[in-house]
Design a protein around this ligand. Structure first.
Ligand SMILES: O=C(O)C1=C[C@@H](OP(=O)(O)O)[C@@H](O)[C@H](O)C1
Ligand SMILES: C=C(OP(=O)(O)O)C(=O)O
Length: 428
């Protein structure tokens, strides 16, 4: 349901409070997949209940993997892929789900068909179909192998050494998961390092993994069941961090602050925000300060790839110009996030322009934004970034269409928004 509208009226009082953000989406996908691959019983605590990982869980159930929910929220997984999937694997809106599962399907002796919603079916899949074919999987897909649905007949793989054309944790993870059942080692080399959840979690589940700079090698072998704990999602915390940097003070406990995920906090610091973090507990506190524009280049992008839409809102409320380059990957997310971020800022009366590989944002300093009529383009991150802009820098009523997309990653967002801002916010 991606067609609801959020109507939000912001009070002038800014934001304040503590937010417990949902479990990390990237880690949730991986905890489900690695538990499903390990024969035996694994447990997952803190799992994100958002639609994206829930689709991954549903897809794994098609292989006969059993999941039980305990009253305290722990998910017990009876792992082992028992049979060919009995139906099409519906990955919903999740690029992470379809790309990681395609690696699992390539290693499995059977036929799998993977698809997703109208947004996912427009996202590039050649980046996984091509290397999986090189490993020996039979893979076909719409648009000559480039768009979902994907059809994969797996097994009989051989490990390869593969250099990624663009930095992508999803493609890296797909190939590492396929490599678990290939003959010989599989090595993935990245142009820039990306989030390391898959290799870290594979190591924790008994796989043989070697990491050498930007090269990761996995050796074939079984995984062992484990107890996975999913910490809070820093990419969701980024919305509150920006709201606080512009208009108040917010604390967030228990966040994942590991490699490749907390860089948005450094960008906010570079802008002048007051950011305190405690690595041992994952606690972060952000407070408002006078912000200034910054330059963001290609090497920064993998570490903030999902946070750029909301960082653009911070830039809009800063003094001076922010220039983002080397961010062309944003064009192939749930929406074209260069176009949709710029359109969102323009809807609030902020001057911003697209560049082929990024954007230029002319910060308004302390001047308020005008209330906006925003089209989220069906993209959860654009919708939530717009809600932050509305409560932090407008007074009056804004509307955000395509609000239903927020359930893919943060179903409780409106409740948290109301709690920290006192805004009147109602999906209609
Ligand atoms: O591996 C992951 O969990 C993710 C990797 C990133 O995508 P790419 O691998 O396409 O950069 C990111 O945008 C996505 O939200 C989650
Ligand atoms: C890009 C995202 O996710 P995915 O690629 O899994 O759809 C995201 O959550 O911003």
């Amino acid at each position: 349901m991606h067609d609801s509208v959020l109507s939000v009226s912001a009070p002038a009082s800014g934001v304040k409070g503590t937010v417990q953000v949902p479990g990390d989406k990237s880690i949730s996908h991986r905890a489900l997949i690695l538990s499903a691959l390990a024969e035996g019983t694994s447990t997952i605590t803190g799992l994100s209940r958002a639609e994206d990982p829930t689709h991954t869980r549903g897809a794994l159930a098609q292989f006969g993997v059993e999941f039980t929910d305990q009253p305290d929220g722990t998910v017990v997984v009876h792992g082992g892929l028992r049979h060919e999937p009995v139906d099409v694997l519906d990955c919903g809106n999740a690029g992470t789900g379809i790309r990681l599962l395609s690696g699992v399907c390539a290693g499995f002796d059977g036929l799998s068909v993977l698809t997703g919603d109208q947004y996912l079916r427009q996202r590039p899949m050649g980046r996984v179909t091509e290397p999986l074919r090189l490993m020996g999987a039979q893979v076909d897909a719409r648009d000559h192998g480039h768009l979902a649905p994907l059809v994969i007949r797996g097994a009989g793989l051989t490990g390869i050494s593969y250099e990624l054309a663009a930095a992508s944790a999803q493609v890296k993870s797909c190939l590492l998961l396929a490599g678990l059942s290939a003959a010989g080692p599989t090595t993935v080399v990245e142009p820039h390092p990306t989030r390391a959840h898959t290799e870290e979690m594979l190591l924790a589940t008994g796989a043989r993994v070697e990491i050498n700079g930007t090269a990761v090698t996995v050796h074939p072998g079984p995984l062992t069941p484990a107890g996975h704990h999913v910490p809070g999602d820093p990419s969701q915390a980024a919305f509150w961090a920006v709201a606080a940097a512009l208009a108040g003070e917010i604390e967030m406990p228990n966040l994942y602050l590991g490699f490749g995920r907390a860089d948005f906090l450094n960008v906010l610091r570079r802008m002048g925000a007051d950011v305190q973090m405690e690595a041992s507990t994952g606690s972060v506190r952000v407070a408002a300060a006078s912000l200034c524009g910054v330059e963001i280049t290609g090497a920064d992008v993998p570490g903030i790839v999902d946070e750029i839409p909301v960082l653009a809102v911070a830039a809009a409320g800063a003094k001076g110009t922010t220039v983002i380059t080397g961010a062309e990957e944003l064009r192939v997310k749930e929406s074209d996030r260069i176009a949709s971020t710029v359109a969102m800022l323009n809807a609030f009366g902020v001057r911003a322009e697209e560049r082929p590989d990024g954007m230029v944002i002319h910060g308004q300093g302390d001047r308020a934004f005008t209330p906006g009529q925003v089209d989220s383009a069906g993209d959860h991150r654009i919708a939530m970034a717009a809600a932050v802009a509305a409560v932090a820098r407008t007074s009056g009523q804004s509307t955000i269409t395509g609000w239903g997309s927020v359930a893919t990653s943060y179903p409780g967002f409106v409740e948290d928004l109301v709690a920290v801002s006192g805004a009147r916010a109602q999906p209609i």
